[in-house]
Write a protein that binds this ligand. Sequence first.
Ligand code: NAD
Length: 480
Amino acid sequence: MAGKEGKGAVKDSRINPFEDTVQRLRETFRTGRTRPAEFRAAQLRALGRFLQDNKQLLQEALAQDLKKSAFESDLSEIILCQNEVDLALRSLHSWMKDEPVARNLLTQLDSAFIRKEPFGLVLIIAPWNYPLNLTLVPLVGALAAGNCVMLKPSEISQGTEKVLTEVLPQYLDQSCFAVVQGGPKEAQQLLQHKFDYIFFTGSPRVGKIVMTAAAKHLTPVTLELGGKNPCYVDDNCDPQTVANRVAWFRYFNTGQTCVAPDYILCSPMMQEKLVPALQSTITRFYGEDPRSSPDLGRIISEKHFQRLRGLLSSGRVAIGGQSDESDRYIAPTVLVDVAETEPVMQEEIFGPILPIMNVRSLDEAVDFINRREKPLALYAFSRSQQVVNQVLDRTSSGSFGGNEGFMYMTLSSMPFGGVGLSGMGRYHGKFSFDTFSNHRGCLLSCSGLEKLNDIRYPPYSDWNKQLIRWVLGPKSCTLL
Ligand code: NAD
């Protein structure tokens, strides 16, 4: 429903659909209305109320979009958003506090600190796979930091988009908050405007479009992107434990998770043990006929269904492989004998398909990983902590899980974000607040004691120079 106006959504107009809204929010920001802690807290509390009052509506919307089970909706969307709201409310005053910094002898009588101030008008663009979480978690940070916000949810998760467009604005102050309904066309119209910060979650392809548009105004960006997340499984492992953990994270949300393990790297010997273990796990999780399991969702759209069905012909199907277009169903699948050059190894899978590639050693696995773009997440399984640490030490990624999948996503204390092609910037918890705040270095001096400043003024002399060098140097600092 691109560009369609929902209740509380931004008004459409032929020439410049977002001009008025951008202007309105900018004007609100200039009044200083969003800066006081009380105002920020009121918006956060309202966001919390939105989550509580509309829990069932949201679960239904997520079921409509992704056939997401109530358990997965609660765990990965509603609870995580609520936790972020609660943490921000509890921590707002301490996050907002000026942060004192060390001084040198020359500034000893002054006050030196970092002030976290809001950027101004922030644009948040979100994807469809966790359509609530990936829209509201950044929103918590933006509101806590005192910004005005324009929010563009994904047009593909239509059920959730409708709730966010029609219901959420009823809770938040509309003089400083607006939701834009629409797809790429509307996003590009939005991006023509100057924002003070852009927070984008989505594909690397669109990330480049967003960054190019932001560059025109020199607007800072956070890009939360995707990619292929490797999962190394060492020979020294209990295959059933690995199978349980990997299968849960791979098939959670029907594999449509940016941090899901995208492919396994292991020896042929481990593969032989892992495939039956995965089969047993999949049957235990989803029954003999996963299609009828209430815990397995569906592929978001026809386009993604066709793309995924195409990937099923890579290598050989060891488990699953069934699909049904009428229902956008793809069975939890494991592929073996997969070559590096096959389609399933060329793109982020983003569906319930798990290819296994064989490597002969840890060195070969590390080399394989390091020859590719830096992933959003990387996983290593081994009974040996040394092996896990070696993978950690010799590779790079946005996040890392040792003998674990993406449970770190439940920790607001952990920064979340990509590196290289998987993105830039960090958020969650205080990291979100810091992302949406300008860290302003401030030095406040008293207006008296002018005589003390003589040493820095011309006419310069050797004596001044030496004194200044000493006063600014490390030796003087150790005296303080
Ligand atoms: P997408 O890039 O197609 O779309 C994301 C957003 O950008 C949507 O709101 C969409 O309307 C908008 N958009 C699409 N085309 C556009 C264009 N040409 N110009 C401007 N805006 C445009 O991504 P998606 O399909 O919604 O989500 C899947 C991707 O997102 C995957 O690559 C996945 O890894 C990534 N992702 C990353 C994270 C993360 O936290 N790093 C989380 C979820 C998804």
